[in-house]
Design a protein. Sequence first.
Length: 264
Amino acid sequence: MIPYAWFRYTATTPDYCLYFHSLINLLAYTLAPVPAALLELCLPAKLTSPYKLQPRVRLSPAAFLRCYRDTARVLVLLTIGPLLFLPYPAIKMAGIRMGLPLPSVGEVAAQLVLYLLVEDYLGYWFHRLLHTEWGYNKFHHVHHEYTAPMGFAAAHSHWIELLILGFPTFAGPAMVPCHMTTFWLWFIVRGVVAIDTHNGFNFPFSPSRFIPFYGGEEFHDYHHYVGRQSHSNFAPVFTFSKDPRKDEAEGGGSDAFNFPRKQD
């Protein structure tokens, strides 16, 4: 049933439209942050504070709306601008396939894990570059506008920074080409993971409690809390991507774990 539906869909849809994944990104960044936002806006503080990483900070509805408005505007401009032309030739060159058979569950899972690892390692170095004086002042200060981040702030960045960080995200599929369905799923997963690490909550069911080396919300929330002065916690997801000569000397081995005490 699923292979037949995919065959009919691809047979009637131009390749250019199949490669146009930017709308999937916009949809993920619109919907995934909503549950955490509703928790903060609708529930009393005494119920949410035990799980908030910065319990003294309560964001207003206007702050959520402004963050989403600014982020969506940049994503839409990218979608009708550079991302209207770049994905098609890039995906063709990478060898992303569209035909049958569809990938197995095992193949999809293995590729997604690989893509996460590749993106995390390369993203660490790109993020460190953005924390140089030049990178921060030119681009990255926009992302650090929120010292207590929310899910909508995951993509709240300068448009050039979003393009720069797109390279680590695309590197995995470029190295190990996948099926188009896996490619779509990868961008959804990456978006949801980014939103998870920015949502400001650390629940008992958070992935960081179950996945080894997953820095998660606590790891990245502290990075935002420190802001410009942060010299560590640069990896997008995991905690093993770091420069031991610098990160340990600058506090990178302990920043995230001291964070809860700083909030008392």
